[in-house]
Design a protein around this ligand. Structure first.
Ligand SMILES: C[S@@+](CC[C@H](N)C(=O)[O-])C[C@H]1O[C@@H](n2cnc3c(N)ncnc32)[C@H](O)[C@@H]1O
Length: 1018
């Protein structure tokens, strides 16, 4: 690997020299940079170009590149020189200017020198690949003592922390009962905390705050030794007092003894960090690491992640420019009050202080009066306090307490909302506590700029996680009355944290002001955010959005770590919303970074620039509140396939189908449906027993089974359902994958209209289509109930041919539809047979497979239910399409019985496995180029026609779905993994061989029909 990188480097280097016609450092150094980056990736290091360091004489220096350890400590440096320079003289000069000597590479594109701990370790010519490899090996093998120590300490810490936390909890609990001084002080603290942080806080929460305080106090003191930043903080003081009532001297020493290794490592690492900037990053990383060990769920809920500096600077510069353009004021100007409502580690405030660096008098006023920040959690609050006060002290040379930092739940603090010009100040609480005083002070202010990175944990995925966001009655009511009221979406998920913060900040902002947030990007195009888009466009005068993309769920080709600026799965956007007195409606501007750009490239594109220099396109929203991917076509004129109005029987509303229903949402697929009937029954027998045992166990749900909100509600209602083998039936779980399912009103979360569509003993079929817009539009057919997510990512709606259980009428295609089709095709041409509802059913299925239709209406189909075009004018046209639909349906419903495609099977015994008495090793791999499928270490199927792979449903071809669904993977559910991990491919192999041959035919013939459709003139 490393040789490969070196050869690549030499190739790049000669190409650069050749193409540019120069050997100048600024041109050719790119090649060495790439070499280092390549090495860095395999060593878990991050390469940062133009890295700022502070020389021993406290001057700022920029090294061409630094490699950072996960702890954000520099691991090594690189400095490039020109081939014409005298390299040794340059090295001496750099060291004289205070460049680091511990682990640094110098290169001039002809030779490379490695210096470690001030001594030249080795040097070589670049084309001497063996020596260069050795040199790089030494460079990357370097062990910075404090990093090695820290790594060890973190490991130790992760193991020891739970025990220490338990001990502390017990100690606090006993102090609560037996120590009057403690319980009095704790009560007072709780009262204060309830007023400020969250009214529903309890004694347990105070205990957790105190534990976090105790565990981190020492760390924070160590990073800035001898400074008052931490000890003098008003909240820290209160917690110290509380701590001192029970936790001092030997008790403290003995309890924290286990963590001493960790503290020692931190102390020694901290002591070695010279620059203020490095200290800040160091602190952030310690904090992030600590929190993730201490309480990973809270870390997720609160969004414990700091904002990269490139983004913070970009947002500050841009907000400054917007203030100047719209209000002729700058951020530094008097009365421009700035608030970060989710301050985290304080990055925005510290960067603002940096931003104001050149104007000391104004900076002082701003710092003491007009900068505000909120944080709900004690640890980031401490870190923010340290960072902000230390930054101010570093810049001005004097320590001043930062009075603008409040420990408060921003979303609960609604007393300052709607504060407009001329408002009178309402008193908040009657308490004299300093933190409360700070909040009151903030609430009195007219805030002109709100800037930050609010959390965006939207919904917990699993009820067992117990990690749900709490409710915020006032903000949620505001959301309901605005964003939700203006929405036409049936289901809205607008109570997630980031829309709450948008709502809060929109209401908190003064008449004239700027709101700058970096958040989840889904508000830009999610259907459920249509009301949000309409309302912000009304409430603001100008909106500018920089879309940083990175939505891994929408584009599986992306990787969170590579493409997303936060390394997460959710797409990200930076929004600037300008509020202006008297404005009516916003002009909206939009820019997006290329989809496949890496996070590093995205950050580089933001570094050193601002909105002022960005080219943006103006968005003209359509009436439905769409901003992006606007469509201008005739979609509206096509026949509606199904509508909510028709389903609810609204007079005057028409559609082809009367009713439709989402697929079955079990919320516990792996429990109610396994590969075989026996496995399914075993799992459900266990599940039901555990469910009942929870009732006997005092109503405390056991975590060994998968709960959901519905199931908990049903449990609380006392609902029961004895285990019953006859409940077994079948469902379409994934494309061309039918599985057994334990059908149950109690244990399946949402059955949709399953019993009206597919009651037992009644034959029926349904056309299903994807909704949700993550995947390209797709349709499939089923003759049994289907899962909610047959294509895995998006949900699917189902349109049954017939519907049962009503009053005798089983017809689901409307007379209106029949009339439309008959009128359109009837009068012209010969009519060999009258159009029937069955034929319309087939026609619809064909139209939904038409590649021209899918492409032309792709955007509409991502957002709305399909509409159906009437192709051609003659009966012949109709029947051609209906015929295609009928054939497609026969293939897709009858996939288990169609004639198998003649694939050739080759079996070569896997002697090793056989000798060991094992089954052949499953592979289930598609080799598209080799036209074959490798099933396992013995069997290959050869002769898969190339077109078979082109019949794609969502992210996979039909054949790949079959392969995917038969892999041996670790069950995600821990109980199933431990008790029911019984699936073995070998037990199903012969059936899979048969299925693959049949699905090959389905694919080839489907593709032939689809190709014929594509060739059809229209
Ligand atoms: C994404 S982080 C902010 C990152 C910050 N810009 C930085 O670079 O460190 C979000 C922060 O908001 C805090 N937070 C979450 N909900 C909050 C609330 N309701 N009120 C105040 N702060 C909150 C979290 O504790 C977390 O520290």
């Amino acid at each position: 690997m490393s040789k490969l990188l070196i050869n690549q480097y030499l190739g790049d280097l000669s190409r650069l020299k050749q193409v540019s016609g120069t050997s100048r450092e600024s041109v050719v150094r790119e090649a060495f940079k790439d070499l280092l980056k390549g090495y860095a990736r395999s060593h878990d290091l991050v390469f940062v170009p133009e890295f700022e360091i502070e020389s021993p004489a406290k001057e700022r220096r920029y090294v061409d590149g630094a490699l950072l350890h996960a702890l954000r400590l520099p691991f090594g440096y690189w400095e490039a020189k020109d081939e014409k320079d005298d390299l040794d003289a340059e090295i001496a000069l750099k060291f004289k200017r205070g460049y680091p000597k511990d682990n640094i590479i110098f290169d001039d594109s002809t030779q490379v020198v490695l210096i470690q701990n001030g001594i030249e370790v080795t040097r070589c010519r670049v084309e001497d690949t063996d020596s260069l490899q050795k040199l790089l090996g030494l460079f990357f093998g370097y062990q910075r003592p404090e990093i090695a120590e820290f790594r060890k300490a973190v490991e130790q810490f992760t193991t020891d922390l739970p025990a220490v936390i338990e001990a502390l909890r017990a100690m606090i609990e006993s102090a609560q009962k037996t120590n009057a001084a403690f319980s009095k002080a704790a009560k007072t603290f709780l009262l204060h905390a309830q007023k400020t942080i969250n009214p529903s806080l309890t004694e347990e929460d105070v205990r957790e705050i105190l534990i976090q305080h105790i565990l981190t106090d020492e760390i924070f003191d160590e990073v800035f030794p001898g400074q008052p930043f931490h000890k003098d903080n008003n909240v820290a003081r209160e917690l110290h007092k509380l701590e001192e009532t029970f936790f001092t001297g030997n008790v403290k020493f003995q309890t924290l003894k286990g963590l001493e290794v960790y503290y020692r490592a931190i102390r020694s690492a901290a002591a070695r960090i010279g620059s203020h900037h490095e200290k800040q990053t160091f602190l952030k990383t310690v904090y992030e690491n600590f929190y993730k060990v201490y309480n990973p769920k809270a870390a997720d809920r609160l969004g414990v992640v700091y904002t990269p500096n490139e983004i913070v600077r970009f947002m500050i510069e841009s907000a400054d420019w917007l203030c100047e353009t719209h209000f002729r004021r700058n951020l530094i100007d008097r009365d421009v009050e700035i608030l970060d409502p989710a301050v985290g580690t304080g990055t925005f405030i510290t960067e603002l202080i940096e931003h104001f660096r050149g104007q000391p008098a104004k900076l002082k006023h701003k710092y003491l009066e007009e900068l505000h920040a909120n944080e709900v959690s004690i640890l980031p609050y401490y870190v923010a306090n340290l960072n902000i006060e230390a930054t101010y002290a570093a810049i001005t040379g004097e320590y001043e307490e930062f009075p603008g930092l409040c420990l408060v739940d921003t979303l609960d603090n609604t007393a300052g909302l709607g504060r407009k010009t001329g408002d009178q100040v309402a008193d908040l609480f009657g308490m004299g506590d300093e933190n409360v005083e700070r909040i009151k002070r903030q609430n009195r202010r007219k805030i002109s700029v709100i800037i930050g990175n609010p959390p965006y944990n939207a919904n917990q995925l699993n009820e067992n996680d117990n990690n749900k966001n709490r409710e915020y009655p006032e903000i949620d009511r505001r959301i309901k009355d605005s964003y939700i009221k203006a929405s036409t979406a049936q289901k809205t998920k607008l109570y997630d944290m980031y829309s709450r913060f948008f709502r809060w900040a929109s209401d908190r902002l003064h008449d004239d002001g700027v709101l700058a947030f970096i958040t989840n990007r889904s508000f830009l195009d999610a259907r459920t955010f249509d009301g949000f888009r309409k309302i912000v466009a009304q409430e603001f005068a100008e909106i500018r959005v920089v879309d940083l993309g990175g939505d891994v769920r929408a584009n599986p080709k992306l990787s969170g770590t590579t493409h997303n600026v936060f390394g997460i799965q959710t797409g990200v956007a930076i929004s600037f919303l300008v509020k202006k007195r008297g404005s009516r409606g916003a002009r909206i501007f939009y820019a997006r970074r290329p989809e496949m750009e890496t996070a590093e490239e995205k950050l580089a594109s933001l570094a050193g620039t601002s909105l002022k220099f960005l080219t943006m396109s103006e968005v003209m929203p359509d009436g439905a509140g769409h901003w992006l991917n606007l469509t201008q076509n005739d979609f509206e004129t096509l026949l509606p396939l199904a509508t909510k109005a028709t389903k609810s029987g609204k007079r005057g509303s028409n559609a082809i189908f009367r009713t439709f229903s989402l697929g079955v949402s079990t919320n516990r697929d792996s429990w109610v449906s396994a590969h075989t009937e026996g496995e399914t029954l075993d799992r459900m027998a266990y599940f039901i027993e555990a469910f009942e045992a929870s009732r006997e166990g005092g109503g405390i749900p056991t975590t060994s089974i998968k709960w959901s909100r519905n199931l908990k509600r049903r449990f609380d209602q006392g609902r029961q359902e004895p285990f019953d083998e006859t409940r077994l039936t079948k469902w379409l779980y994934r494309p061309f994958t039918v599985r057994p399912i334990y059908d149950s009103d109690l244990f399946i979360d949402e059955r949709g209209a399953a019993s009206r569509m597919f009651p037992s003993g009644q034959a029926n079929s349904a056309i299903c289509f994807t909704v949700g817009g993550r995947l390209d539009f797709n349709a499939f057919a089923t003759s049994m109930s289907a899962s909610l997510t047959v294509l895995s990512l998006d949900a699917n709606q189902c349109l049954p041919r017939r519907i049962f259980g009503g009053e005798g009428d089983v017809e689901n295609i409307t007379d209106w539809a029949l009339k439309q089709f008959r009128e359109h095709y009837g009068a012209k041409g010969k009519q060999p047979q009258p159009i029937t509802k069955d034929a319309i059913f087939h026609y619809v299925y064909a139209a939904l497979h038409d590649p021209v239709y899918r492409e032309k209406y792709a955007q509409n189909l991502k957002r709305e239910f399909p509409r159906i075009p009437l192709y051609g004018n003659t009966a012949g046209d109709f029947w051609r399409w209906a015929g295609w639909g009928e054939k497609l349906m026969a293939l897709h419903l009858g996939f288990e019985t169609v004639e198998p495609w003649p694939l050739t099977r080759t079996d070569v015994p896997d002697e090793k496995a056989r000798k060991a008495g094992q089954a052949p090793k499953p592979a289930l791999k598609a080799d598209k180029i080799g036209c074959r499928i490798v099933l396992d270490s013995e069997t290959t199927l050869v002769g898969v026609p190339a077109e078979a792979w082109t019949y794609v449903l969502g992210n996979r071809s039909a054949l790949e779905w079959v392969l995917d669904q038969h892999k041996e993977s670790q069950p995600k559910d821990p109980t199933i993994r431990a008790r029911f991990n019984t699936y073995r491919f070998a037990d199903h192999k012969e059936r899979v061989v048969d299925l693959l041959a049949r699905v090959t035919r389905v694919s080839v013939e489907t593709q032939a029909i689809v190709d014929a459709m594509a060739a059809e003139p229209r």
